[in-house]
Write a protein that binds this ligand. Structure first.
Ligand code: SF4
Ligand code: F3S
Length: 108
């Protein structure tokens, strides 16, 4: 199992999650982060840190977010690792909670 970043990270990218991950398994794209499922050790530390509540254990991913299990796996091999906290994206607070943001972004 692994933890999974889901839709509500998109256009927010608060990066609080990065600070607590002991194995640096977050990878960064222009508008959100993903977790490398091959690196995640299921420590659970990141889940409560996300201000957007975007992180779930794989078994707890809501049905309408299950596509993000594969999205995390696919993008983690393309995007570079991120190991340091950054400022959130502009307008992160406005985007926090808006649904279906994945359709709005560049995928690579
Ligand atoms: Fe990193 Fe732990 Fe979160 Fe996995 S569960 S992404 S190891 S902080
Ligand atoms: Fe995204 Fe939440 Fe981390 S918004 S960058 S998963 S703290």
């Amino acid at each position: 199992m692994a933890f999974v970043v889901t839709d509500n990270c998109i256009k927010c990218k608060f990066t609080d999650c990065v600070d607590v991950c002991p194995v640096d398994c977050f990878h960064e794209g222009p508008e959100f982060l993903v977790i490398d499922p091959n690196e995640c050790i299921d420590c659970t530390l990141c889940e409560p840190e996300c201000p957007a509540n975007a992180i779930y254990a794989e078994d707890d991913v809501p049905d309408d977010q299950k596509k993000f299990i594969q999205i995390n796996a696919d993008l983690a091999v393309i995007w570079p690792a991120i190991t340091e906290v950054q400022p959130p994206l502009p307008n992160a607070d406005e985007w926090n909670g808006k649904p279906n943001k994945y359709e709005l972004i560049q995928k690579s």
